[in-house]
Design a protein around this ligand. Sequence first.
Ligand code: PEP
Length: 253
Amino acid sequence: MRKILVLGNWKMNGCRQSVSDLLSDLVRRFKPSVGVELAVFPPYPYLYQVQTALAATGISWGSQSASETLAGAYTGETSMAMVADFGATYVLLGHSERRMLFGETDAIVAKRFKVALEHGLKPVLCVGETLQQRESGTTLATVCQQLQSVIDLVGTGAVARGVLAYEPVWAIGTGLTATPQQAQDVHQAMRRQLAATDSKAAATLQILYGGSVTDANAYDLFNQPDIDGALVGSASLKADTFLAISRSAAIIQ
Ligand code: PEP
């Protein structure tokens, strides 16, 4: 049985005080449930605050990105080793904002996935189609190609050591959510793609949905057979909505 994973991507939001308030709220109200795991992804400057507040609480953390280069003269970059040094469990890779605004190609994302695994991190590989791609009927071709470029570099078994997140670009931060069936169709197609080379890996890999997930739509999404949790953006900035989403997961488990 796959655990349900609820991940909170804080993006470039917060300050020391708001991060401290959010963390205290989370720690005070969080009640662990069997089969459900939570993690948050703060901006880099707040990783230490997060590590300090969440150690031994059962809530994990990760970074929103990290470089494929190991160390040295790469001004502005943060390495996987540095992120791991903070006790992070996860690193987000290939978020559509990184792909569109910062030029992350499939090749870069695949290399980062490999380096993350080599540093003991769990990469969360984000894939998703634009509205134009959905309307032109190329959704599955787009996401399967994004996934395939990682499979080609590391193999299907290694992909299953990470997490996959389907995030339709048109649903991120727009209030438009894919219907549970639309999301299920894409998740099922990706699981079949993995099963073609490694059925065990395909059966164990957690595939999350992301795109305007709230406490109002989480239950119906989590109720789909191939949806194993959510990558949550704006609704993760408040402890009450984030924890309400995780409670929907707990009902399903
Ligand atoms: C995201 O940033 O990955 C995301 C899904 O954002 P939102 O939940 O705000 O759509």
